[in-house]
Design a protein around this ligand. Structure first.
Ligand SMILES: *[C@@H]1O[C@H](CO)[C@@H](O)[C@H](O)[C@H]1NC(C)=O
Ligand SMILES: *[C@@H]1O[C@H](CO)[C@@H](O)[C@H](O)[C@H]1NC(C)=O
Ligand SMILES: *[C@@H]1O[C@H](CO)[C@@H](O)[C@H](O)[C@H]1NC(C)=O
Ligand SMILES: *[C@@H]1O[C@H](CO)[C@@H](O)[C@H](O)[C@H]1NC(C)=O
Ligand SMILES: *[C@@H]1O[C@H](CO)[C@@H](O)[C@H](O)[C@H]1NC(C)=O
Ligand SMILES: *[C@@H]1O[C@H](CO)[C@@H](O)[C@H](O)[C@H]1NC(C)=O
Ligand SMILES: *[C@@H]1O[C@H](CO)[C@@H](O)[C@H](O)[C@H]1NC(C)=O
Length: 378
């Protein structure tokens, strides 16, 4: 009897996490069962890749099951909390696509929604319509004046439409240090986000920080807002993204979510690695270095040619009788120096075979006469 009860209890305990909605943690998405749509895909390394190289695409990645957000008796939205790590890697540094959103919506499909700056969530006719029931936090890397974006690098809270209820340039406040430190969303570096809703205080908080920094005490956005009219009883949570004209990769590395309590901490050491950024070939390496090499090579060639020519000028010619009787000769160089380069001023006379020059040997200082025999040119 006791054994059966213990067995039943332990079975229930084992079954509990799978049936529980609104509490999950993905330290990487290796074996994740997400609902993916559009150009979203999981990489073999466990990254959630929201956008690939496709232009003007839409992408969606949702937790597959609906989550109960409302207390059916009071109609109030429960507190919830989520944290995730993302990275945006633009192919052309500094030029991003629209960005991505963390989204909570009554459904996982958005037929008719537009890509580009609509984030695949809205279109021009339903943008801002309260029948959308969509809550989103946008990570926007394009400045769009039509929807009153503050700049091309901001975080905003969107309710039912693209005109943010609250937004701020991307940044974070270090604990115990005054002032906002800027962050570039498209830097390609991993950053962590926390979105917290306090169902009692009716307060939304969005916090951003580099992945190496603990959650800052001061959120980037803190907005008093009652989500009860926006949320339906059950909603889907996930991410949406869209690609624009410039190739950009949006990655989610890990994600944790919980209703009625703080989201489970992500184990940062378990998160998948981002793909290596293609190294930009520097102008120095591609054009400067070959040019410099060519320059030094040509100098070397000229120097060698000069040395060879100089050697040739003073080259000795051994004749047969010299080989037979041993050396008794003056170097051409010495004779050249002695006669000061066969200068006309040193000329003593000229005969049938050549001219005779006066000279002084550089070593013995002996005065000599040198006959320069003209060899016929062929
Ligand atoms: C929530 O899920 C995490 C793992 O995803 C688990 O460790 C934790 O115990 C769960 N919390 C509750 C209250 O069930
Ligand atoms: C992007 O993903 C879509 C859908 O998975 C696929 O059809 C397309 O070929 C991919 N494009 C690139 C450039 O990888
Ligand atoms: C993934 O989740 C969906 C929705 O909960 C479910 O129908 C499907 O069986 C799951 N697939 C796997 C492989 O767990
Ligand atoms: C729902 O709200 C009622 C009344 O406000 C409260 O008594 C109850 O504990 C709530 N239930 C949950 C699951 O939060
Ligand atoms: C806008 O989106 C809604 C809802 O998805 C859809 O019913 C409507 O046809 C779309 N309008 C246009 C002009 O695409
Ligand atoms: C909002 O959407 C609903 C349903 O699609 C539509 O009936 C209504 O006219 C729209 N409201 C506005 C102001 O566009
Ligand atoms: C931070 O960003 C804001 C708004 O984009 C800008 O005005 C400010 O100069 C930046 N500060 C630094 C230190 O870069």
């Amino acid at each position: 009897m006791l054994f059966v009860i213990v067995l039943a209890v332990s079975l229930l305990a084992n079954a509990a996490p799978t049936h529980e909605t609104g509490n999950f943690t993905y330290n990487g998405f290796r074996s994740a069962n997400l609902s993916l749509n559009g150009i979203a895909a999981l990489t073999g390394h466990g990254l959630l890749k929201l956008t690939n190289g496709t232009k003007q695409g839409k992408s969606y990645a949702f937790y597959p099951d609906p989550i109960t957000f409302k207390n059916s008796s009071s109609g109030a939205v429960h507190s919830f909390s989520t944290t995730f790590v993302f990275a945006i890697i633009p192919v052309y540094p500094g030029l991003g696509s629209p960005g991505f959103t963390f989204v909570i919506a009554p459904r996982r499909e958005f037929p008719g929604a537009q890509p580009s700056y609509y984030f695949g969530l809205f279109n021009e006719t339903n943008d801002g319509n309260s029948s959308n029931h969509i809550f989103a936090v946008e990570f926007d890397t394009i400045k769009n004046i039509e929807v009153r974006d503050t700049n091309d690098n901001h975080v905003g809270i969107d309710v039912n439409g693209l005109v943010s209820v609250s937004s701020s340039p991307a940044g974070f406040t270090e604990n115990n240090i005054q002032g906002l430190r800027n962050l570039s969303l498209i830097s390609g570096k991993a950053m962590q986000v926390w979105v917290d809703y306090d169902g009692v205080q009716k307060q939304i908080r969005v916090t951003l920080a580099p992945v190496t920094v603990d959650k800052p005490d001061t959120p980037l956005l803190s907005l008093p807002f009652n989500l009860s009219p926006i949320f339906k009883e059950t909603m889907y949570v996930g991410f949406s993204s869209s690609s624009g004209a410039f190739l950009t990769y949006h990655y989610i590395l890990g994600w944790s979510f919980k209703v009625n309590g703080p989201a489970h901490r992500l184990d940062l050491s378990q998160l998948p690695r981002l793909p290596h950024k293609k190294k930009q070939k520097s102008v120095f390496l591609t054009t400067g270095l070959p040019f410099i090499c060519l320059f030094f090579l040509s100098i070397l060639v000229f120097a060698m040619a000069y040395v060879i020519r100089k050697r040739r000028k003073f080259a000795e010619v051994l004749e047969d009788w010299e080989r037979a009787y041993g050396l008794h000769r003056f170097k051409y160089k010495d004779l050249y120096v002695a006669t000061k380069g066969f200068r006309d001023q040193e000329l003593l006379g000229a005969g049938g075979f050549g001219r005779v020059y006066r000279g002084v040997l550089p070593t013995s200082k002996a005065e000599i006469a040198v006959k320069r025999v003209l060899t016929p040119k062929f």
